[in-house]
Design a protein around this ligand. Structure first.
Ligand SMILES: Nc1nc2c(ncn2[C@@H]2O[C@H](COP(=O)(O)OP(=O)(O)OP(=O)(O)O)[C@@H](O)[C@H]2O)c(=O)[nH]1
Ligand SMILES: [Zn+2]
Length: 187
């Protein structure tokens, strides 16, 4: 896939002053938010888009808390947040809302995806390899609670997994339970 890369620009934010760059993969415009200096094994968060959580503040998941904790972390330590446009574990917003409607009827996150004809998780991470290569990064400390994340990547060494500790709320308890019991997350 041909990737179009933007210039680097400054991004002052409520979490610190970052640099920002876009990597356009077909219709998907992924974002890299980074804070220099980038060490030989920088802290990296691979964040999957969640418009409802990240922008609207939905309490059904832990995405916004994870994003904010990651930005605060790279402000302190240096590193990057790679914001991948894989809404709804890559089923898209319309399908995610349909999955939410099924969840309203009692299906859990995984069952709702299956009802709609999708795998529980439809994400892929090849573009991460392209992005890290662009920055000459071959080893990272990965901010995640998902030990299986990035397993498929050949040219990147994960030297350390850094957990993201987030408090649950009454609305995302079920979502977190499914992640822990069915998807192998360490919560
Ligand atoms: N299909 C579907 N996707 C969801 C649902 N809730 C959140 N998501 C998406 O899940 C993605 C985040 O994935 P998670 O499984 O929470 O976390 P992860 O990226 O595997 O692991 P961490 O690195 O620990 O965050 C985002 O793209 C959200 O839009 C849901 O109920 N159904
Ligand atoms: Zn979310």
């Amino acid at each position: 896939m041909n990737i179009e890369i933007s210039e680097v620009a400054n991004l002052p934010s409520r979490f610190g002053t970052f640099k920002i760059q876009t990597f356009k993969e077909g219709p998907k415009e992924h974002l890299v938010i980074f804070k220099e200096p980038l060490s030989a094994e920088p802290v990296v968060r691979i964040h999957s888009e969640c418009l409802t959580g990240d922008a609207i503040g939905s309490l059904k998941c832990d995405c916004r808390d994870q994003l904010e904790a990651s930005l605060a972390c790279i402000e302190k330590e240096g590193g990057m947040v790679i914001y991948l446009r894989q809404e709804g574990r890559n089923i898209g917003l319309l399908n995610k809302v349909n999955a939410y409607a099924l969840q309203d009827k009692g299906f859990d996150t995984v069952e709702a995806n299956h009802q709609l004809g999708f795998e529980a998780d439809e994400r892929t991470y090849e573009v991460v390899e392209t992005i890290l290569k662009h920055f000459n990064i071959t080893a990272i400390q990965l901010l995640t609670n998902n030990p299986k994340k990035l397993q498929g990547l050949k040219n990147i060494t994960i030297t350390k997994r850094l957990p993201i500790i987030i408090l649950s709320n009454p609305h995302n308890k079920g979502y977190l339970k499914v992640k822990q019991e069915q998807m192998g997350h360490l919560l």
